[in-house]
Design a protein around this ligand. Structure first.
Ligand SMILES: Nc1nc2c(c(=O)[nH]1)N[C@H]1C(S)=C(S)[C@@H](COP(=O)(O)O)O[C@H]1N2
Ligand SMILES: [Mo]
Length: 209
């Protein structure tokens, strides 16, 4: 069976799910700077630090035992492709906050994702604490592939049919994620320092700063 890309794109547009300047893709392009890091489950840790009541460091085994969640996201890349109805599974920061496994200090307004090789991405705490952000281990029922962020990536997606000013472009999810820093002050990440928009609202087309 042939899937008609254009037809699907028009239906997404009618449903108000296609942000301005975007085109639907059926593929899943790979985009990042630098090499794909190698995962070593023996030495891998995930650290939550900064403006939190108690710093956390989980080993891979411990991390995987945190409460899991499945979500459905529309992905919107600043390079103008959108991928709809993608299934992700992983650990929800919202749940970790609800269950007080992570307790931010009152002054925490931003979250910096720290990934392998010094890569960072910054978001307001409202986005990270919402249903549109996931610490993802699985994509479409399988562990995330190496080039898409194995074993863990931050993923920011739009919730189908629910427009929000918190919806941001995909670059704000760090692949090969190793930690979250809660911060009083905002600190532009790798792509934000390279000229991408700090807010990155997909509905306002905030592509470049
Ligand atoms: N660690 C890391 N994460 C990253 C990047 C990167 O360079 N390094 N690039 C970002 C950018 S620019 C995009 S568009 C998305 C692409 O995700 P994908 O390769 O899964 O499509 O990853 C984001 N996460
Ligand atoms: Mo990107």
């Amino acid at each position: 069976m042939m899937i008609d890309r254009k037809e699907l794109e028009q239906s997404m547009q009618r449903e108000n799910r296609l942000p301005p300047g975007q085109a639907l893709t059926l593929k899943f392009p790979v985009l990042h700077y630098g090499p794909v890091p190698v995962f070593d489950p023996q030495t891998w840790t995930f650290r939550v630090f900064g403006e939190v009541e108690e710093e956390k460091i989980w080993k891979w085994e411990e991390f995987q035992r945190l409460p899991h969640l499945k979500v459905l996201y529309d992905l919107h890349c600043v390079t103008r492709w959108s991928k709809f109805d993608t299934h992700w599974e992983g650990i929800s920061v919202k749940k970790l906050l609800d269950e007080k496994i992570i307790v931010p200090k009152p002054g925490a307004k931003y979250v910096i994702q720290h990934a392998e090789n010094g890569f960072t991405a910054n978001l307001p705490v409202e986005v990270v604490a919402s249903e549109r952000f996931l610490l993802a281990t699985h994509f479409e029922g399988e562990p995330i592939s190496a080039e898409h962020g194995y074993p863990l990536r931050g993923v920011v997606g739009a919730l189908p049919g629910k427009h929000s000013h918190l919806d941001v472009y995909l670059w704000k999810g760090a692949k090969w994620l190793r930690g979250l820093e809660f911060s009083k002050v905002d600190r532009p990440g790798f792509w934000e320092q390279a000229g991408y928009h700090n807010k990155a609202d997909i509905w306002k087309e905030q592509r470049f700063g």
